[in-house]
Design a protein around this ligand. Structure first.
Ligand code: SAH
Length: 228
């Protein structure tokens, strides 16, 4: 309705003043009805720039982080390029997949938790996004039957980016992922546990050359292997 149109436009304006430059991404944020991806009790908070629970100990990503990651996929550190075949790992409730579908040619999204995969399907049905395909499976294995991809985006943080995902990235393609950074203890030794995460942009320059750029600190749910 009109009220949610206004709230979405205000959210997009807030992200613009927060530094998101890509007008196509802002337009997609102003279009996707984020309240439809939340349970009714949380819908009133849908247009705040916050991560919110979606059940199964998972969250819907923060809109500013969704916008930032998609902007980085489009631009890297250079001019914008159209997003062609995009793979998303971690569908969750499907919000980011919907935003991606408005700025990319084809989107494939994988979720490892069956009830979330089913929920995302239900959430997305009404939006009729013909260029978006949802898969149930372990995204740490990528999606070999649809590879290679021009862009890969991870919505969950691993200790590192799985090697198979790099293999499924086209030359010239980009991958954006939150990765855990093990912090050094006071004695200079690495502690066993990762305490912070940062965004990592990987650009595949040739068959064997992958350029990595570490960006800002973020907070994501963990990337896990297997399905459930
Ligand atoms: N893209 C979502 C974010 C969901 S949170 C949004 O739009 O808000 C991240 C999701 O990644 C969780 O649902 C979690 O179950 C999923 N996930 C974690 N590890 C995964 C894996 N190996 N394969 C597929 N999904 C995974």
């Amino acid at each position: 309705g009109m009220a949610s149109d206004r709230a979405r436009a205000a959210l997009a304006a807030r992200l613009r003043s927060g530094g998101i430059r890509d007008e196509r991404v802002l337009q997609a944020i102003a279009t996707v009805p984020r309240h439809l991806f939340l349970e009714p009790g949380l819908a009133s908070q849908a247009y705040e720039d916050a991560a919110l629970p979606i059940g199964h100990q998972q969250t819907i990503s923060k809109p500013s982080v969704v916008a930032r990651m998609i902007e980085l996929l489009r631009h890297g550190l250079a001019p914008a390029q159209p997003l062609e075949r995009v793979l998303e790992i971690g569908t969750g409730c499907g919000y980011q997949a919907a935003v991606l579908s408005l700025v990319a040619r084809d989107v494939f999204s994988i979720e490892r938790i069956r009830p979330l995969h089913e929920q995302a399907k239900a959430n997305l049905r009404a939006l009729r996004l013909p260029n978006l395909r949802l898969h149930y499976g372990d995204g740490m294995l990528g999606l070999p039957q649809a590879a290679p991809f021009s862009s890969i985006i991870l919505a969950a943080a691993g200790m590192e980016v799985p090697e198979v995902l790099l293999e499924q990235l086209e030359v010239g393609g980009r991958l954006i992922a939150p990765v855990a950074v093990a912090s050094a203890g006071a004695d200079g030794h690495k502690q066993g546990q990762a305490v912070t995460q940062q965004l990592l942009l990987i650009e595949r320059r040739s068959r064997h050359r992958f350029d990595r750029t570490a960006l800002e600190a973020v907070f994501f749910v963990p990337l896990k292997s297997g399905t459930t």
